[in-house]
Design a protein around this ligand. Structure first.
Ligand SMILES: Nc1ncnc2c1ncn2[C@@H]1O[C@H](COP(=O)(O)OP(=O)(O)OP(=O)(O)O)[C@@H](O)[C@H]1O
Ligand SMILES: [Mg+2]
Length: 301
């Protein structure tokens, strides 16, 4: 095939991916991997990455829990789970000590995928958490208790717990950093992409020093990549230069299908599994799963 135009190259790349990834099962990690998806910049693809990577991992045979830790509730919407105000949610877990087991819901479309929803009630939590004991450790305690609960009741072990964060570095995000071992940073390939990154890395380092020695940035994913623009190439190059070990080779292209899927209460993995966006998330999920136990790398800061 003639791959000289961007469109032809994209079609050819998609065809190769379709063949390569069809029906593939991803390796089970030796322990449950708990990842926090964070970037205090808004709209960079955190939620899209959380739900689509999670769905891709589940479709490839792994057990995956998404914790929606953002009052916007976007991850809950994309996974098709109930999350109107009053629904038992992450709010009750963080503020009222409810066990995760009581609020987990199965995702609508994908087997082996579960979601702890977020409702608008969570918008007060940043303030309510301030006065609670162990305010930074509440999510971690809940996740640890849930993993132990699963062993006790004989449930299959979770392979991945993926926490979707709001676009801020407040107590909700701190809770996610303390609960996780790994941070996944989605970076939108646009001007200003790297602005604010040093603040994020500084916070990860602070949490590592004071609250969670195991925390590290294990994965960086370039999102909304437009291969036709020089800017996207430049941003990608710069990110790879700074984070050679963490940046996935797979980039996520701009794709209308990715942005449409949530309005149908779906991830792009079920909404249009053959689209470039779905194939890219499948490839990214595979890359993340196949990297041997995540390398412990120093976060720059
Ligand atoms: N690869 C993509 N191609 C096209 N649109 C995308 C892509 N990824 C995300 N979007 C769209 O961009 C918007 C922001 O994405 P998303 O909600 O995933 O970002 P976010 O970082 O979670 O945002 P927030 O900071 O508000 O939580 C959404 O409308 C989403 O549908
Ligand atoms: Mg979001």
């Amino acid at each position: 095939m003639d791959e000289t135009t961007p469109l032809a190259a994209q079609i050819a790349a998609d065809a190769r991916r379709r063949i390569d990834l069809a029906g593939r099962r991803f390796p089970r990690p030796p322990h449950t991997r708990v990842l926090t998806i964070a970037n205090q910049k808004g709209g960079v693809g955190k939620t899209s990455t959380a739900v689509n990577m999670a769905a891709a991992l589940a479709q490839a045979g792994l057990n995956v829990l998404v914790i929606d830790n953002d009052p916007q509730g976007n991850a809950s919407t994309a996974l098709g789970v109930e999350h109107h105000s009053g629904t038992p949610s992450i709010y009750e877990v963080l503020v009222e000590d409810a066990p995760l087991a009581e609020v987990v819901q199965p995702a609508a479309q994908v087997p082996r995928l579960w979601c702890v929803p977020a409702t608008i009630d969570l918008s007060g939590a940043e303030i309510e958490l301030v006065s609670l004991v162990a305010r930074e450790n509440r999510l971690r305690n809940a996740v640890d208790a849930y993993l132990e609960h699963q062993v006790r009741v004989g449930d299959e072990r979770l392979d991945y717990v993926i926490v979707d964060c709001p676009p801020s570095l407040g107590l909700l995000t701190v809770n996610a950093f303390v609960a996780a071992r790994e941070v996944l940073i989605p970076i939108q390939c646009e001007y200003y992409a790297l602005e604010g990154l040093s603040q994020l890395l500084k916070n990860v380092q602070l949490i590592k020093n004071h609250l969670n020695p195991q925390l590290h940035v294990s994965t960086i994913l370039l999102t909304m990549y437009d291969s036709r623009t020089n800017l996207a190439h430049q941003v990608a190059e710069e990110v790879r230069e700074h984070f050679p070990g963490q940046t996935l080779r797979t980039t996520i292209p701009r794709s209308v299908r990715i942005s449409e899927a949530p309005s149908y209460g779906q991830t792009v993995m079920t909404y249009d599994p053959g689209s470039s966006g779905a194939l890219a998330y499948l490839a990214a999920a595979r890359e993340m799963a196949e990297r041997a136990v995540a390398r412990v790398t120093e976060t720059e800061g």
